[in-house]
Design a protein around this ligand. Sequence first.
Ligand code: PGA
Length: 255
Amino acid sequence: MQVIVKKDYAQISRLAAEMIADEVRKNPRCVLGLATGSTPLGTYAELIRMHKKEKLDFSQVVTFNLDEYVGLDPKHNQSYWYFMYKNLFKHINIRMENVHVPNGKAEDVDAFCAWYDAEIERFGGIDIQVLGIGGNGHIAFNEPGTAVFSRTGWVSLTKETIRDNARFFRKASDVPRYAISMGIGTILEARKILLLAHKESKASAIAASVDGPITANVPASALQLHADCTFIVDKPAAGKLNRKYGSTLKKLPRA
Ligand code: PGA
């Protein structure tokens, strides 16, 4: 696991967007795993800028999102489909048929989830997976206690997550209690993983994920098992780490 500590949110967003853009340029048909939440918004804004100003081309890119609330129609203004459309897809030249967000209205959720994992495989697997992290260490909607090698499935949300997300709904009782979430095992199959975090409120979760034992109680700690996972965090989010980390990817010293 690599850790890169940046000065602020703008720098985190720029670096993450550059890493994603590098992949898109190198491999125009790449498969991106995308996340919702406030954290990746700066990265998406930077990708939109690169598309508009630098002609970054998404016309062949395929995407798979991490999660969706069960029961919300894609057009619901709090659905993750709508979030992605509003904050990224409608501003770039991606083909909507190449976009995948779990279907919160699937009639047979288990069959849908099995199909979603199979579909990721059919496209050759995810090249770069973007992740945020919850204050309790969750990744996607995989709450503490989720099996480290879980597959995509439906999950029930913790009280903490419902409370955190209530700010987006009229009232807390409007927050769906269930979601479809890419499994931790599915996430671990991505070739490269970028986890982004900023603010002090994420410092404990980041320290537990990087320095703590691998445990189902801290879902992001499973990322220690991945061969190419980079945490890009700001100074407050890095505040509880055991060691100091640089602000660039480590390069091998010249012989
Ligand atoms: P946030 O959420 O980006 O809004 O902080 C991250 C998460 O809960 O996964």
